[in-house]
Design a protein around this ligand. Structure first.
Ligand SMILES: Nc1ncnc2c1ncn2[C@@H]1O[C@H](COP(=O)(O)OP(=O)(O)OP(=O)(O)O)[C@@H](O)[C@H]1O
Ligand SMILES: [Mg+2]
Length: 254
């Protein structure tokens, strides 16, 4: 069997007295589109940050692209992070840069292209896909939440990373745009075999997009499998959220 591209082995993480991940194990294969579902505050963002080495586990091992991320120093992590793109939940843009410069920033910083003309071509091609071409000279403070999200998505699409992590890519978008973003994520995954991890509350979107779905609950993956298997699951928590069509904090607190 092929070695997984992302692997969590018995990972524990607490903040003070709060346990977020407890003996969490997960394997994601190269090229897979993996969707992670879970109620608010269950640790989905914390899990993604472990993949990038932005958060270190208290115990357990994390391996990404054959790197032992949990054991790497900050200096070793910097070049590693260029291979993993992440679209953060809050967009994480630079407020002092225009939309264009925000999108171009990693391309320039990492010297991915020789000329500014090439950078411009890549930026504009991806900006057009998300309908942002008219907003390139705006500042982030002039944009709506959904537009900021699209800027962050465009920025990640410009990178040729082998893995891309999306934290709630469609939250705050209207249904038509959310559908377009789902299509782009799906197409990029299938066309370029980019390993993709999408964190979402949106069950419908997870069922449509994913090769496999993981459900995070009380620090562990209580389910990991195909959309069809999820629909047939008899786990009481999963049955509840299949009825509600979304993971909610209310269900979590049961
Ligand atoms: N750096 C931190 N320091 C202390 N506590 C943290 C830190 N990061 C996350 N937490 C806590 O860990 C828990 C899980 O947070 P996380 O952001 O991963 O939730 P989530 O599943 O992404 O929720 P949401 O769906 O609302 O985004 C929360 O209770 C949060 O307060
Ligand atoms: Mg989150």
């Amino acid at each position: 069997m092929k070695k997984p591209i992302i692997e969590f082995q018995n990972v524990y993480k607490s903040f003070g007295s709060q346990t977020v991940l407890a003996d969490m194990s997960l394997q994601i294969q190269e090229g897979e589109l993996f969707t992670l579902l879970g109620g608010s505050g269950t640790g989905k963002t914390v899990l993604l940050k472990h993949v990038l080495g932005l958060i270190k586990p208290d115990r357990g091992k994390i391996s990404v692209l054959s790197h032992a991320v949990s054991e790497m120093t900050e200096k070793e992590l910097l070049p590693f992070r260029t291979k993993v793109g992440m679209v953060f939940q809050n967009a994480a843009l630079f407020n002092s840069l225009t939309v264009y410069d925000n999108i171009a920033f990693p391309l320039r910083e990492l010297h991915l292209y020789k000329t500014e003309e090439e950078v411009q071509q890549v930026v504009m091609k991806n900006a057009r896909l998300l309908g942002l071409e008219k907003y390139m000279e705006k500042m982030p403070s002039e944009l709506s939440g959904g537009m900021l999200k699209r800027v962050a998505l465009t920025r990640s699409m410009c990178l040729n990373s082998r893995i891309v992590l999306y934290d709630e890519p469609t939250s705050g978008l209207d249904p038509i745009l959310a559908h377009q973003v789902d299509e782009i994520i799906y197409t990029t995954n299938k066309k370029f075999s980019k390993t993709t991890v999408v964190v979402t509350h949106d069950l419908e979107s997870a069922l449509n997009l994913a090769d496999r779905i993981g459900v995070l609950y009380k620090g562990k993956l209580i389910f990991c499998g195909s959309p069809d298997k999820l629909k047939a699951s008899e786990h009481p928590y999963i049955q509840k959220f299949l009825q509600n069509r979304q993971c909610s904090a209310y269900i979590d607190n049961d």
